[in-house]
Design a protein around this ligand. Structure first.
Ligand code: SF4
Ligand code: SF4
Length: 380
């Protein structure tokens, strides 16, 4: 059985569907993974994203793909698999990890291997000059992988350097309608011939699968998740990941199978309205995300914390904002390490803010608004 939706270039090799199945949520059983991958096929998806860090995902995925092959369920040109490897291992250890990864997937080779979490400069050096460089070269020469990429939660300058290095064929970035800061980097990567995958734009972009009534109104007449996906697809982002828990989570991918066209006027109006509503609700306390207040001597990530405040008060996304805020300091180099309580009210940042925001007070208020018990963290 064959099915096909629109494909976009992803680096120099095989083209990928507009949506990618992220396998980090279908971890309850082999059967669940099988049902989700089958649904991905029926949604026109040909690209599967996994990682050793997603627990049993690779094992379940390997078995699901075998079963689907027996049922002759495979996209035209076959499945494209992207897995990942954490930076920092020795050459020998990395070889072992890659061989184990292939064995769990029951594959002799995969299309794409990404450095998982190129978040620090030392990760970039590992990849370009260290044992990582040796490992990736070896893996390509042996034909175990076709393309090399990276995912990053790191600072913009680091991501830019990764792209500029020309070592990578693709990258996975946080690109969101409600947090478009990295869009210029994504466009830069596309201009450099790289594939760009948006990391979980629904979940990490504001828990858009469970939007607040306020956000629903703000995005009307579109569902927030659909508007967010269309925003990214219209920008030319190669593919968007959906971390499906059950087959019906992929219905939206089926609906947007070919939705690559530019935004129409109605969609543009909806996005403008969304921004306008945020500005109206936050009034003079809106943080414009310009970062001119940085650096803070206490390393407080002022813009990130006030971005969460923007979302909480601007669109009633408090559940999401709390989830992110309470991860600060608990996710190593994957997220911010210092929260608002580190502010000692020195006032250094305030003259630099073009909006004249009372930054220390807003930070304090945000802490009171968002500090709470965190949810379980999923890899991204
Ligand atoms: S007032 Fe607080 S946030 Fe601003 S620079 Fe001083 S410590 Fe940092
Ligand atoms: S300078 Fe002001 S507006 Fe700009 S990011 Fe900092 S707090 Fe926000």
């Amino acid at each position: 059985m064959k099915t096909k939706g629109l494909r976009r270039p992803f680096g120099q090799k095989k083209s990928v569907s507009l949506f990618t199945l992220g396998t980090m949520r279908a971890l309850e059983s082999e059967e669940q993974m099988y049902r989700v991958v089958k649904a991905a096929f029926h949604a026109g998806i040909n690209h599967l994203e996994t990682a050793p860090a997603y627990g049993p995902a690779e094992i379940f995925l390997g078995k699901a793909l075998r079963r689907l092959k027996q049922e002759e369920i495979e996209p035209d040109g076959g499945w494209i698999i992207t897995s990942k490897i954490l930076p920092g291992s020795s050459f020998c250890e990395g070889k072992k990890q890659l061989k184990n990864l292939l064995s769990r997937l029951k594959k002799e080779r995969i299309d794409n291997l990404a450095v998982h979490g190129l978040n620090l400069y030392e990760h970039l050096h590992w990849t370009l000059d260290g044992d990582g460089a040796k490992l990736l070269r070896w893996a390509q020469e042996e034909g175990l992988i076709s393309q090399v990429g990276f995912s990053s939660h790191g600072e913009l300058s680091l991501i830019k350097e990764g792209i500029k290095s020309k070592r990578f064929d693709f990258c996975s970035l946080h690109l969101h309608l409600l947090d478009p800061e990295r869009i210029p980097l994504a466009l830069y990567a596309l201009d450099n011939g790289m594939g760009v995958m948006a990391i979980s734009p629904a979940d990490k972009g504001g828990r858009l699968f469970d939007p607040s009534p306020t956000l629903i109104k703000d995005c009307s007449p579109y569902e927030p998740i659909k508007l967010a996906y269309r925003f990214l697809l219209a920008k030319g982002i190669s593919t968007l990941t959906i971390g499906a828990f059950q087959p019906k989570d992929l219905n939206i991918a089926k609906q947007l199978l070919n939705a690559s066209e530019n935004l129409d006027q109605k969609e543009i109006n909806a996005i403008n309205h969304l921004q306008k509503q945020r500005e109206l609700r936050l009034g003079e306390t809106l943080c414009g995300q310009c970062k001119q207040c940085l650096p803070c001597p206490q390393a407080v990530p002022i813009n990130e914390i006030l971005r969460l405040r923007n979302l909480s008060l601007g669109h009633d996304l408090t559940v999401f904002a709390k989830e992110r805020y309470n991860l600060i300091g608990k996710a190593g180099h994957w997220w911010e390490t210092v929260n608002a309580t580190a502010c000692n009210h020195c006032g250094d940042c305030m003259p630099r803010c073009p909006n004249n925001l009372p930054i220390p007070n807003l930070l304090e208020e945000t802490h009171q608004l968002l500090a709470a018990a965190p949810r379980r963290r999923l890899w991204s």
